[in-house]
Ligand binder design. Sequence first.
Ligand code: DP6
Length: 360
Amino acid sequence: MSEKDFIPAPYILLKEEGEVSYSSPSNIALVKYWGKKENQIPANPSISFTLAACVTKTSVHYKKKNNKADAFSFDLFFEGEVKEEFKPKINTFLKRIEIYLPFLKEYHFVIKTSNSFPHSSGIASSASGMSALALCFMEMERTFLKTLSEEHFNRKVSFLARLGSGSACRSIEGPLVEWGETSSMEGSSNLFGIKYPYNVHEVFSNFHDTILLVDKGEKQVSSTVGHELMHGHPFATQRFDQAHSNLEKLKSILSEGDLDSFINIVESEALTLHAMMMTSNPYFILMKPNTLSIINEIWKFREASKTHVCFTLDAGANVHVLYPENEKDIVFPFIKDKLVSYCQNGQYICDRIGLGAKKL
Ligand code: DP6
């Protein structure tokens, strides 16, 4: 498929007014996306668990404008309050997707959005936020077209969400989504995420992700800047090759339920992501002392308990603690006793693998 396939057929009817709402989740990457080309094309393939509890809920009320002006027209409310500072990001998103949703300038939108997780918790809200907005716009388009298959709907939402934020394209479906062309994954594309197409062992169902909020401060470096720094990075080629190879290895690991090898790849991916940040120029460190303390505690506990708890990291100091459902009665008490004290104000979020976005 190419970008052109996402330009819609002529609309049969543009409704005067209406409202659509969606809830869309965040996701946590197992193989990380870090580095991109023009137009939000990933430098390497990635795969993520879709989450269940960390979601953005967005509603879009739309009303036909009297005359189609040159500017996009919308009001934005975040958690019930007008949020002028979020508007430029939405405006950029609208500009990028306008060619694929040619109705956008015909309407005035009232966008109301809220997160289930605390704002500025250091949890990226761009994945859930951009995917929720893309879903609302696509739901509108669905009513303007004669036919639209479920498959095309999902692909196009993911395609649009990607133009808002790369990782957002992995938030539409679940429980596992792959994004980025790679020879080991049939149907994989740089343009949109696909539901993981192979068999997954039952040990991964209901997998837990307890998110430890180590540092809720503003990130020193945005993901966008971080991705940029992979251009001309001394280890870029090796890193991109490694992501392809880790994805291929994950296929048999996921189907056989090989938790030891799963842990090895997931933790290595997290540390490699941070190693890329530490070895770029300018270089930076997003982990905090407590991030490292938590990692060491997890390693000590895993050795002693013979469980399969492991960690992964995003581009920040928070730690995602991953463990299977059948070990939760041993692992969760350990998290509460030993790890929560490293969190800012003792805050953490209990999440688990989820099935994707929902229409409200
Ligand atoms: C470290 O999707 O936030 O979370 O495309 O610039 O919006 P943009 O970047 P973003 O990058 C996420 C990077 C990551 C790894 C991952 O989710 O794969």
